[in-house]
Ligand binder design. Structure first.
Ligand SMILES: [Zn+2]
Length: 291
């Protein structure tokens, strides 16, 4: 599943290679790739043809291209394995090419390729964002909070809302209506850096601790953005579920039984919402474990 840094890499690629260009033709080769567009493939094709893409935008893991002069945008859902590729028109069709968008300038095509069929493209109406009504976002994104690397993210508002939550801190970090872009791996890395166990109740944290944690979340995402950004200059806009970040040393995620990089205690793994949490039992005391 692509996380925020990979999606941001794709956004930057779209901004560079697709924004400002006018659609000449749309070919839907696999109907499931447009199933989210409820009016159907023919409607999608008719509305996209002749449209000019505006600046590529993102909120959390949602990615879209507004259509110039219209109150709608094309959303790209990457799903588990979706890729948006920018390819020369004469390059061979990919095995799992589902949607092809060609442009009036005759240059590189935008191709949606997916080994599975969980992702796709659709058009959605632009509406005011719930947390920032002067900004227009696709309707299905309106309830998604900003991510902490967004310049308009409001730290004080986040802290106030977080400390009213009844849930544990890790669950709150993964709640997209509170903060977006923090996946399971980045949550574990941030909590380890903050020496905070993910099961601690969010409402018990001091504002200072929330600020510290937010700083770690930002640092982890920024490091991953740099690692994921290595393909910015390539002609290939790609998300394949892999991240440059995974090549780096992760301090918590996936390190069960290995020594904590801070104190040497063997790291633990526990079940978390069908996934796993990795943590140091010495640095990150669980809430019910008494000293
Ligand atoms: Zn430790």
């Amino acid at each position: 599943m692509p996380e925020l840094p990979e999606v941001e890499t794709v956004r930057a690629g779209l901004a560079k290679w697709v924004s400002g260009r006018t659609v000449a033709a749309v070919e839907v080769r696999h109907p499931r790739a447009v199933r989210r567009h409820v009016a159907g493939a023919d409607d999608l094709i008719a509305r996209l043809t002749g449209a000019r893409f505006g600046p590529a935008a993102r909120r959390g893991k949602y990615l879209w291209l507004p259509l110039d002069g219209r109150d709608e945008a094309m959303i790209g859902h990457l799903g588990m394995s979706g890729q948006l590729l920018v390819q020369p028109p004469d390059s061979p069709d990919e095995k799992h090419l589902h949607v092809r968008i060609s442009f009036t300038d005759g240059g590189r095509e935008l191709r949606f390729v997916d080994q599975r069929t969980f992702g796709g493209v659709m058009l959605d109406a632009l509406v005011p964002a719930v947390d920032h009504p002067s900004q227009f976002v696709p309707a299905q994104v309106a309830h998604i909070a900003r991510d902490p690397v967004d310049p308009l993210f409001d730290d004080a508002l986040f802290s106030r809302r977080l400390r009213k939550r009844d849930s544990a801190i890790k669950r709150a970090l993964l709640d997209q209506s509170l903060i977006s872009g923090v996946g399971n791996i980045y949550a574990d890395e941030s909590l380890w850096r903050a020496s905070l166990h993910g099961e601690r109740p969010a409402r018990m944290l001091s504002t200072a601790k929330v600020d510290e944690l937010l700083g770690h979340v930002r640092a982890v995402l920024a490091e991953a953005l740099i690692a994921g950004g290595t393909s910015f200059d390539s002609l290939y806009v790609n998300v394949n579920g892999e991240s440059g970040y995974f090549d780096r040393v992760l301090a918590a995620y996936g390190r069960e039984g290995e020594p904590c990089l801070r104190c040497g205690t063997p790291m633990r793994r526990s079940a978390f919402m069908n996934r796993s949490s990795f943590w140091c039992p010495s640095c990150q005391r669980p809430p019910r474990l008494r000293r």
